[in-house]
Design a binder for this molecule. Sequence first.
Ligand code: G3P
Length: 224
Amino acid sequence: MELYIDTANIEDIREIAAWGVLSGATTNPTLLSRESGDYDEIIREICDLVGGPVSAEVMSEDAEGMVMEAERLAGLDENVVIKLPMSPEGLSGARELNGQGVKTNVTLVFSANQALLAARAGATFVSPFVGRLDDIGHDSSQVLSDIVEVFAVNEFSTKVIAASIRHPLHVTEAALLGCDIATIPPDVYRKMVKHPLTDRGIASFKNDWEKAQARNREAAERLG
Ligand code: G3P
């Protein structure tokens, strides 16, 4: 499973990109609204940092407007992927953009049937929102597993991005279920990398090493 970062914050992206684990990024209007500066410039900078697909969302409500916005956004960088909402207009926009060779990500997907529609419309990616499903007491793991299976059985090339990830267990679950990608917020990356036994292990290796060095120095002084 590939790992994307789900934020528009440049400092956070720079930090996690330095770990060497990122293949792409996703943004949305809410994430961009938390940042200051020119949004087109932010998208370009994210593209430079991750060197892979970067989703930028259109805000028009009709397919024609979405396609016009998409043409402008796609011109920002070759890695820009156009994010469209799961709606009749969004599907129609995805179909049109697919015909133009523009990559798309159909977002706000909450069921296997919505994912099936997005795949049939030719979407490059589909984004089921696991955290928001859990929030309303639905079984996000079942929805993800159904989508992965529907795509495998039907041999769709559309890739599944597990989105709205809220904690490390969501990431493990997405990987076990066979999602192609998980898009993960920076704070979840920071939780994933940590384990108390790792910290304790590093501290005890350091301690043992320093004690051995001191012993060796003392022995060398006694001899010499
Ligand atoms: O990738 C979609 C994500 O940004 C939505 O996350 O936490 O707002 O449900 P959340």
